[in-house]
Design a protein around this ligand. Structure first.
Ligand SMILES: C[S@@+](CC[C@H](N)C(=O)[O-])C[C@H]1O[C@@H](n2cnc3c(N)ncnc32)[C@H](O)[C@@H]1O
Length: 222
């Protein structure tokens, strides 16, 4: 990564805050509920929300009695999150985690990546380092667009770079960044390289039974 990704988020931070505040992303009806319900069901006390954006998930989990730290690269998003005075926040990038920079207040019982993993390279290093910052029965939850999206967009079912991260969103988003869409097989093969973990897939569907997102559980064990 990742200058293009961070530049795009810097440019679009206020538009993103508006989209979340005004609830303009229709699929979030399903995916917000899915990540909150799953996180609460796992019943872990101390949580880190990585790529937390404007902090809605931190607030949702704090309001249910969890202790949550949100981290993100983008100062404007973190300022908006901090202004709500629920949860704690820290500016940090995925690249710093990959470089081995210690996470503040580690260890955690659970780490969440909700719609923020875009890279092809470095995923195993990022998640392996995250797993090291978890307690022994710790859990990583990843939510991402379902690979079915490839067929919905008329593309071949193979992992590939897609060009515009804002595609399909309303609002005045500009300069969308590229992101790497993986097939289920690719997710499985890649994540099974993380040492001492077990990977389980959960699929989130809408009322019509169409897949909306993929929720990936990475369970740490020794
Ligand atoms: C689609 S938003 C998701 C925000 C939040 N998780 C949510 O569910 O609303 C993606 C987030 O990932 C963050 N992000 C992307 N790349 C990052 C990086 N390399 N390091 C830190 N944060 C990053 C962006 O700043 C943005 O807040």
């Amino acid at each position: 990564m990742n200058d293009a990704v961070l530049k795009s988020w810097q440019e679009n931070a206020s538009e993103w805050i508006k989209a979340i505040t005004e609830n303009t992303i229709a699929s979030r009806t399903y995916t917000n509920k899915a990540i909150v319900d799953t996180a609460l069901k796992l019943d872990r006390a101390k949580i880190i929300d990585i790529g937390c954006g404007e902090g809605w998930l931190v607030r949702a989990l704090e309001n249910q009695g969890k202790k949550v730290l949100g981290i993100d690269a983008i100062a404007e998003l973190l300022q908006s999150a901090q202004s709500k005075r629920i949860g704690t926040f820290h500016q940090m990038t995925f690249e710093e985690i990959m470089d081995g920079k210690p996470l503040p207040n580690a260890p955690f019982d659970m780490a969440i990546f909700n719609f923020c993993l875009y890279q092809k390279e470095g995923l195993v290093t990022l998640l392996s380092n995250m797993a090291k910052a978890l307690n022994n029965d710790g859990h990583i939850l990843i939510q991402t667009l379902h690979p079915y999206l490839l067929m919905q967009q008329g593309k071949a079912y193979q992992s590939q770079w897609l060009s515009d991260s804002w595609k399909g969103l309303s609002g005045n988003f500009t300069n969308g960044h590229a992101w790497y869409a993986r097939t289920l097989g690719d997710w499985s093969e890649t994540l099974n390289k993380i040492p001492n973990t077990k990977v389980v897939f959960q699929e989130v569907t809408n009322e019509e039974g169409n897949p909306i997102s993929l929720l990936i559980h990475i369970e740490k064990h020794l």
